[in-house]
Design a protein around this ligand. Structure first.
Ligand code: PRX
Length: 588
């Protein structure tokens, strides 16, 4: 087995006397030893008297009941300069109204309610309202196009969807194929002309009619709360389902890892369509009752720095691609007053040591890498504020979590060699509760008592984990998870294409970019115009971020004798690596 070696970069030593605030965890080793989920649950989650729970009650109402109703919960910066703030009490009333609105549309516990909106406050109101009622809330990126939408809405049999006039035409095109979708709620904000129809209702009308009081659903910890579709190597995206009790790990990690404290101004840059946006842009911070910032604008270094300065963000959670873009930008950090920042974290893809060292130099603060997955529902391996950082390492397991590197038989690998990154599933409190409609897929994650992450990694002698790569063909581009199969399916819908093989190609800025190898029909010429046409097709039919930035036309794809595309070989060829075992390859 390959022996991996840690990156040869200086360790960033932590000096507790230099912290502007005492971190919430002051000693990793003893916290790891003393921690139990049972104790943490008592400390962080409020149950109703009958022993039931509701995540939204824990995020909003209990803070109002504890006298924090006037505290700002949300600072919203719109794309057109809108500036709005919402207190916990305002969010309580709005989410109650929305829960009543959903009830008036016959949404009941367990029904799937989907959110397809840009980053506007109504998105959160809808999310909270859906949780209060006990519906299973599905969130989606506003970048999704018909193919991505239909996969999610039809597999989940979503009953109600909330969107706006700009995004609605994409739903309109596919609605005929969604017999379970009874009504669409349109949020009026931002558009003059609203779509009309018998099955269309308007946010404002519903809210105007709805009471500000709502009897929050009393649920069990295992009752489902939200679902997110995520990509694997094969087939369509799978619906990862989480439960109300999963808020515990969200809160614990927001406190211990992101180190958020009561008077912090916290900004998680992730979109609600991604699990980071759900867990760390809603469940965790509001579970702790802190003020968070939300920005609708697209990324720009000037815009982000301005926002950090204007809102005096203290804790910032973002992703490696954004950090690398800031690093490569000509915008000068010293032109902004970022002195409020005190703790920085990153997630979603490998955080290269250069980015950690750069941030340490320019902000005076290193980014702390955190590792987890949609399926895990919360940070599981991470760097803590108190812990020395080995730049390039994902850090150590969260207290409560048992992680290891195992071989294919589930035997722990102890000699710093590479293997499968695995977790004891019962130690990850927020681990997924189901893959929607797909027990076989759910079961496939577990083997020999381990949850297998699909990531390859190694653990060094000090117990730090280092990411090596994916064990499968899943692509991570700009932090987002893209299944090669979805992109291949989209490409073969184009009339010029016979088949396509898609890989992730390493890219300094984006982590990976999507590269497609395309076989054209006889007589079709592989021109640059055709490449642009194919890219545009995927952008318009699948999703804005999931298109191949590179296309290469080839005569034939490498396949196994049973006809499966060998993406591994395409990748090896692309990168000039050894081809490895080709015994299952058909003539190529
Ligand atoms: O491959 C790992 C990568 O992202 C995958 C999980 O993707 P997703 O479910 O979209 O992420 C949800 C939020 C984290 C992992 O299997 N990944 C995530 N964090 C890191 C990472 N790879 C390296 N370093 C990380 N910190």
């Amino acid at each position: 087995m390959k022996q991996a070696t840690p990156m040869n970069t200086d360790i960033i030593k932590k000096d507790p006397t230099k912290f502007t605030k005492t971190p919430n965890i002051s000693d990793y080793t003893s916290s790891y030893k003393d921690f139990t989920w049972e104790k943490a649950e008592k400390e962080f989650v409020t149950f109703f008297e009958d022993g039931t729970v509701n995540a939204a009650y824990n995020m909003i109402d209990r803070h109002v009941e504890n006298g924090k109703g006037d505290k700002t919960a949300l600072i919203y910066k719109g794309a057109n300069g809108e500036n709005e703030t919402y207190t916990f009490q305002q969010l309580q009333k709005l989410s109650n109204q929305f829960a009543n609105a959903l009830t008036s549309l016959d949404v009941e516990k367990g029904d799937r309610f989907f959110i397809f909106l840009p980053a506007i406050p109504e998105r959160y109101v809808a999310f909270l309202g859906g949780l209060k009622l006990g519906s299973i809330v599905g969130t989606m990126f506003a970048a999704f196009q018909e193919a991505a939408l239909i996969d999610r809405l039809s597999d989940s049999k979503a009953k109600i969807l909330i969107t706006n006039a700009v995004l609605f035409p994409r739903i309109e095109k596919i609605w005929k194929d969604l017999p379970h979708l009874e009504k669409v709620i349109i949020v009026e904000r931002g558009s003059q002309d609203q779509p009309k129809g018998d099955t269309i209702v308007y946010y404002k009308d519903l809210m105007d009619k709805a009471s500000e009081d709502f009897a929050i659903a009393h649920l069990s910890k295992d009752d489902f709360s939200y679902m997110l579709y995520t990509s694997g190597t094969t087939g369509k995206p799978k619906g990862v389902v989480h439960a109300h009790g999963d808020i515990l790990q969200a809160i614990v990690t927001t406190k211990y890892v992101l180190d958020v404290q009561d008077d912090d101004i916290y900004w998680c840059t992730a979109d609600l369509g991604w699990v980071t946006g759900v867990v760390y842009g809603a469940l965790g911070p509001w579970g702790l009752g802190v003020t968070q910032v939300m920005s609708e604008a697209r990324f720009s270094p000037e815009g982000w720095y301005q926002l950090l300065q204007d809102t005096k963000v203290t804790v910032w959670y973002t992703a490696p691609t954004a950090i690398r873009m800031l690093m490569g930008s000509s915008v000068k950090v010293k032109d902004y007053d970022l002195s409020s920042l005190r703790h920085l974290c990153s997630v979603g893809e490998p955080l290269n040591p250069e980015a950690v060292m750069w941030s340490y130099e320019v902000y005076g603060l290193p980014f702390h890498d955190t590792w987890w997955q949609t399926e895990l529902g919360g940070i599981s391996i991470t760097n803590f504020p108190i812990m020395d950082i080995k730049p390039g390492s994902m850090g150590k397991p969260l207290p409560g979590v048992v992680a290891a590197i195992v071989d294919d038989e589930g035997k722990e690998i102890l000699d710093e060699a590479e293997g499968n990154l695995a977790l004891r599933p019962e130690t990850v409190s927020s681990i997924m509760k189901q893959i929607w409609n797909n027990e076989e897929k759910y079961n496939s994650y577990f083997s020999h008592g381990w949850y297998l992450s699909g990531d390859r990694a190694f653990k060094d002698k000090d117990g730090y984990f280092w990411f090596v790569g994916r064990a499968d063909d899943v692509i991570k581009t700009m932090g987002e998870r893209v299944g090669p199969f979805e992109v291949e399916s989209s490409l073969v819908e184009c009339e010029e294409v016979i088949e396509a093989g898609v890989i992730g190609k390493p890219d300094e800025l984006r982590g990976e970019i999507i590269k497609a190898f395309v076989v054209l029909k006889p007589g079709i010429e592989g021109t640059d115009e055709l490449k642009e046409k194919l890219k545009a097709y995927v952008k318009q039919h699948l999703a804005g971020h999931a298109y191949p930035r590179e296309i290469e036309f080839i005569d034939k794809l490498p396949k196994t004798r049973s006809g499966k595309i060998m993406r591994r070989l395409l990748k090896a060829k692309e990168l000039g690596l050894p081809l490895g075992d080709t015994s299952t390859l058909e003539d190529y």
